[in-house]
Design a protein around this ligand. Structure first.
Ligand SMILES: Cc1cc2nc3c(=O)[nH]c(=O)nc-3n(C[C@H](O)[C@H](O)[C@H](O)COP(=O)(O)OP(=O)(O)OC[C@H]3O[C@@H](n4cnc5c(N)ncnc54)[C@H](O)[C@@H]3O)c2cc1C
Length: 257
């Protein structure tokens, strides 16, 4: 099996992690006991991660087939938006501001407010063949996907909206500019992780080069050269303080490897 050397301190959006020899998935051959990586926009990779794998470029494609879109799981969200704009296809505008590959977005049911990647999904293809959406469980930032997704099929309705594109761009204006992995914690039902972190006095708390952003408390940011241990310290600090004060157990949205 071919491998690829990835320096996670450069590749991951939070700029943390070692150099790892990652197995390359080609022609649907998946090595056992490996964890799949997309474009590492939601990952915190430890100095000793489990064996990792990544899809090869052959899974980066978009085909418009009548009223359906067939998209490879290694395809970046930005490329999907550009394609939809060119072909006048609706419902993917929000991906313009959501970094990641289709595989990572499907696993996380990524989205913005009520716009989620599962909304217009028809089916995914894994080693077990095509699985229709009805056979998958999904909710806010969670799905029952436990296999490598190779590709997926979506409804393709006409009507790309440049107004929506602008709206989603504006929604991002409250995000910090520093390196991060997006939201650190999932929002608990009826509340906001950022509000809770702020309420226990941790907004802006810094440890080494890592901090809960002073701009948006639920963003764990790296000012440059931040470490896994410092990130983990801050995560535990927030979980402990929020549990003690509010009885709420904050769940990580960031995936720790
Ligand atoms: C600045 C910033 C803003 C963000 N804003 C948002 C937001 O508004 N909404 C939101 O939902 N997310 C947001 N995120 C998080 C991130 O964009 C999403 O989680 C995205 O889906 C990650 O995709 P990825 O390819 O980078 O996946 P990775 O981070 O590499 O992996 C994420 C998870 O998906 C799994 N995975 C990856 N590829 C596959 C595959 N082919 N098959 C099966 N499982 C796979 C991994 O094992 C892991 O569990 C943000 C991140 C950043 C850095």
């Amino acid at each position: 099996m071919n491998t690829k050397s990835i320096d996670f301190s450069r590749f991951s959006s939070i700029r943390i992690g070692p150099v790892v020899e990652v197995a390359l998935i080609e022609e649907d051959v998946v090595p056992i006991d490996h964890v799949i990586v997309g474009s590492a926009n939601n990952l915190l990779v430890s100095p000793t991660p489990p064996p990792l794998m990544i899809l090869s470029k052959e899974y980066d494609f978009i085909h418009l087939e009548e009223n359906r879109l067939r998209i490879g799981a290694a395809t970046p969200g930005g490329k999907i938006v550009s394609f939809c704009k060119k072909k006048d296809i609706a419902h993917f505008e929000y991906l313009s501001k959501l970094p990641g590959t289709l595989g990572g977005m499907l696993k996380m049911n990524a989205g913005l407010k009520e716009y989620e990647i599962f909304n217009h999904l028809i089916a995914i293809r894994t080693q077990n063949g095509w699985i229709s959406k009805e056979h998958l469980a999904y909710g806010y930032r969670s799905t029952s996907i436990n296999e490598v997704v190779f590709e997926a099929l979506f409804e393709a309705e006409r009507g790309f909206s440049t107004e929506q594109l602008a709206l989603f761009g504006a929604m991002r204006s409250n995000q910090p500019n520093e390196s991060s992995a997006g939201s650190c914690f999932k929002n608990p039902t009826g509340d906001y992780a950022g509000r809770l972190i702020e309420a226990v006095g941790l907004k802006g708390l810094r440890r080494g080069a890592m901090a809960f952003s002073a701009v948006h408390a639920n963003f764990l940011v790296n000012y440059g050269g931040g470490s896994y241990d410092d990130a983990l310290f801050l995560i535990h600090e927030a979980q402990t303080k929020v549990l003690d004060r509010f009885g709420i157990s904050l769940q990580c949205e960031i995936v720790l490897l």
